[in-house]
Design a protein around this ligand. Structure first.
Ligand code: HEM
Length: 337
């Protein structure tokens, strides 16, 4: 009877032999390798060099770091979405990767949706760090040194949308109906992308012209985002959910997490973000502080753009009331149940 170490050695030998490798050479490496400290594992020193304020206002640090924290949460959400898109990775305990599964396990989808919702909850709940956690006078001064940068240029935010829903749901609401019957072949997708909702943001309020913020964003990410949309047309969250058998699709907990995701990304986070923008940029009810002159007040509130990832999961009344207080009250009630 071999002891535990011998068993492990035998397994290791097998592992390395299967790749034509000599286990003893790897064991020599192990003998001289260092123990892994925490700070190396999480790359702490590098992480802490990434905050580079453009001014000397102390609160600019808060602004930078909260954006970075948000981008990391976005990355986590995308990480889950990539796994949903590929039906979950099939990994054996010995680390051998069998590639992607052929079909989606509804329990896997449910758990990943819960995770994404948790990330968005954390972001929405922590928004006070921005909304009330910076000195307003400092913010209004240091932001002028950051133009034309804007969270509007967050590509990960757009990627989350693209990985969640068919592109037609991201068409500007004024054009959405006209694409209802458009095929999602490359030509159809190119046409829809021309009318993507965000083109209506970051425009000059006076002239309706694109701002430099939008120009820069399109130049850097336009092609990449369109390609992603094409890649995800059959594997976005909605497509994956729709691929499940009817009985799974009807499961209340799954429907509830799908709806929550829609509400989190398209109502809860945007409302909290809008409130924050309003606190800093709206001096009184009618006056907009110099913002680079964008149309953010007509663009940011969820009830105006009405982005809905999963329209089939909402009643006509809920869709009519999108982003309005009635629906928000309903959602809060549902949360308590
Ligand atoms: C004091 C804090 C903030 C203010 C005043 C603010 C203001 C704005 C404004 C005015 C816009 C509209 C586009 C423009 O005119 O530039 C915008 C868009 C946006 N911001 Fe912020 N923002 C703040 C914090 C954040 C944070 C922390 C994030 C996290 C990444 C963020 C992400 C976004 C995104 C994704 C958009 C585009 C939204 C959409 O297209 O619907 N913002 N923000």
């Amino acid at each position: 009877m071999r002891n535990e170490s011998e068993e492990r050695l035998a397994k290791l030998e097998e592992k390395y032999a299967s790749m034509g490798q000599d286990m003893n050479a790897y064991l020599d490496g192990l003998l001289i390798s260092n123990y892994l400290p925490y700070w190396e594992y999480v790359n702490l020193d590098t992480l802490l060099t990434l905050q580079k304020p453009r001014t000397d206002f102390p609160d600019e640090q808060i602004f930078i770091m909260y954006h970075q924290i948000t981008e990391l949460y976005f990355r986590l959400a995308l990480h889950e979405m990539e796994q949903i898109a590929h039906n979950g990775r099939n990994v054996l305990p010995n680390g051998n990767d069998l590639g992607w599964n052929d079909s989606l396990d509804p329990a896997f989808l449910l758990e990943r949706l819960q995770r994404i919702n948790r990330y968005f909850d954390a972001l929405t709940q922590s928004y006070g760090v921005m909304e009330t956690g910076m000195d307003k006078e400092q913010f209004l001064r240091f932001r002028m040194a950051l133009l034309p940068a804007s969270g509007f240029q967050s590509a990960q935010y757009r990627k989350i949308e693209i990985c969640a829903t068919p592109l037609r749901n991201l068409v500007h609401r004024d054009h959405r109906d006209s694409f209802a019957a458009t095929a999602d072949d490359d030509k159809g997708m190119d046409a829809m992308f021309q009318h993507i909702y965000w083109k209506a943001g970051a425009t000059e309020i006076g002239t309706g012209k694109k701002t430099l913020t939008l120009h820069q964003f399109e130049q850097k990410y336009g092609a990449e985002l369109l390609n992603l949309a094409k890649d995800y047309r059959a594997k976005n969250i909605w497509a994956r959910y729709a691929s499940l058998p009817e009985t799974d699709r009807q499961r209340p907990e799954l429907v509830s997490q799908m709806r929550l995701l829609d509400a989190n990304v398209n109502i809860n986070w945007p409302l909290q973000h809008y409130r924050t923008a309003a606190r800093y940029l709206l001096r009184d009810k009618d006056e907009v502080a110099a913002t680079g002159g964008t149309n953010w007040q007509q663009y940011l509130p969820p009830r105006f753009m009405k982005r809905i990832f999963f329209p089939d999961l909402w009643t006509p009344q809920e869709k009519d009331e999108w982003g309005r207080s009635w629906l928000i009250a309903q959602l809060n009630e549902a949360r308590k149940e």
